[in-house]
Design a protein around this ligand. Structure first.
Ligand SMILES: NC(=O)c1ccc[n+]([C@@H]2O[C@H](COP(=O)([O-])OP(=O)(O)OC[C@H]3O[C@@H](n4cnc5c(N)ncnc54)[C@H](O)[C@@H]3O)[C@@H](O)[C@H]2O)c1
Length: 326
């Protein structure tokens, strides 16, 4: 087995996605060889186009539900980052197969392909959505019982169960990460992106789902990736799970204010659809206990408010902070 710092052959599912494409850049910068496996359902080749044609990079456009292709593509790799998943939580409540197939079955297929090839190391992107309305606030990794309120959260919880069983039965070693809201450049979903799109269409009005009082932690994609590296490099349990986020939150109303300000708009008429939840399955209030990651020396580089502003600026083509014009 290679040491944790040695460049190696990395297999990244969902590598054409928002977080995955940032991860791939980091892996290549550290001297690894990387294969991205993605069906482009929400991924975009645009995000990895600068990498296409490089000797150390391979892109396989294929579905995680296609077992034969997945097994053959994974051959020869020694490390798997499994980020591929349905990420349309709202859509998953309407097309009820979406999450069970693209999260749970897909994860089973990834684990089976790993078992076939004797690949032991796995990083899995789980989600804070599996806490549902958290039983404890802030929610630590051992909070329970876990009662997800979306099919996405439920499917990811099932994924964690499968990963744990494969660790116990088949010698897989896994680091699982329950992300809060990850934000940054190249995002094409989430509240910041949605507000910007709405305001581009109509700069004088913004519809906010629910009552605007929801409060969640937002953190930057590079902090998310750094957090995964930090836990992987500094821990060695056979199967472990870590919350990743910030200890601060941003109210949905404040996100609207920040986006409006960064777009240079005034007199925007804000309308609320009402109710607590933005949509069925939405968790309006979240805070994660980050003690475990803090003990490893990791914490997000920005508060949630700052991360929201930076992400909005990046989406608008501005530099991170300051008084520039682009
Ligand atoms: N962005 C967040 O705030 C956040 C929060 C919690 C957890 N996560 C998790 O992080 C991971 C990455 O999320 P993201 O925000 O980059 O979303 P994303 O939608 O940009 O990335 C997901 C990628 O998976 C690919 N994919 C989906 N189903 C597939 C399938 N059946 N076969 C092959 N590829 C498939 C998509 O094409 C896409 O490129 C996901 O597992 C998500 O659940 C993200």
């Amino acid at each position: 087995m290679t040491s944790k710092h040695e460049p190696t052959k990395q297999f990244v599912t969902g590598g054409a996605g928002f977080i995955g494409s940032h991860l791939v850049e980091r892996l290549l910068a550290e001297g690894n060889t990387v294969t991205v496996y993605d069906n482009l359902s929400t991924g975009q080749t645009e995000r990895i186009k600068g990498l296409l044609g490089k000797d150390e990079f391979t892109f396989v456009e294929a579905d995680l539900l296609d077992n034969a292709t997945l097994k053959s593509a994974m051959s020869g790799h020694d490390f798997v980052w499994h980020l591929g998943a349905n990420t349309d939580i709202l859509g998953g409540g309407q097309d009820v197969d979406l999450d069970i197939k693209n999260c749970t079955l897909a994860t089973h297929n990834v684990l089976e392909a790993m078992r076939t090839h004797g690949i032991s190391r796995l990083i899995f992107s789980s989600t804070s959505a599996l806490y549902g309305d958290p039983p404890v606030y802030p929610a630590p990794e051992n909070a329970g019982p876990l009662r997800p309120i979306s099919l996405y959260g439920a499917a990811k919880l099932a994924c964690e169960g499968l990963v744990s069983a494969y660790c116990h039965l088949f010698g897989v070693q896994a680091w699982m990460f329950r992300f809060a809201n990850v934000v940054g450049a190249r995002m094409d979903h989430g509240v910041i992106f949605d507000f910007i799109q709405k305001l581009k269409r109509n700069p004088s009005e913004l519809e906010i789902w629910a009552d605007g009082q929801g409060q969640k932690p937002f953190f930057l994609v590079e902090d998310c990736i750094e957090g995964m590296f930090c836990a992987y490099r500094n821990t060695d349990d056979w199967c472990d799970v870590f919350n990743l986020g910030t200890g601060t939150t941003t109210r949905i109303d404040n996100i609207a204010e920040i986006v409006i300000e960064e777009m240079g708009l005034t007199d925007v008429d804000i309308k609320y659809t009402g109710g607590r939840r933005g949509f069925p399955g939405d968790v309006p209030k979240l805070l994660l206990d980050l003690t475990k990651m803090k003990r490893l020396g990791w914490q997000a580089s920005h508060t949630s408010d700052e991360a929201v502003r930076i992400a909005a600026r990046r989406l608008l083509g501005k530099s991170d902070l300051g008084s520039d014009n682009g």
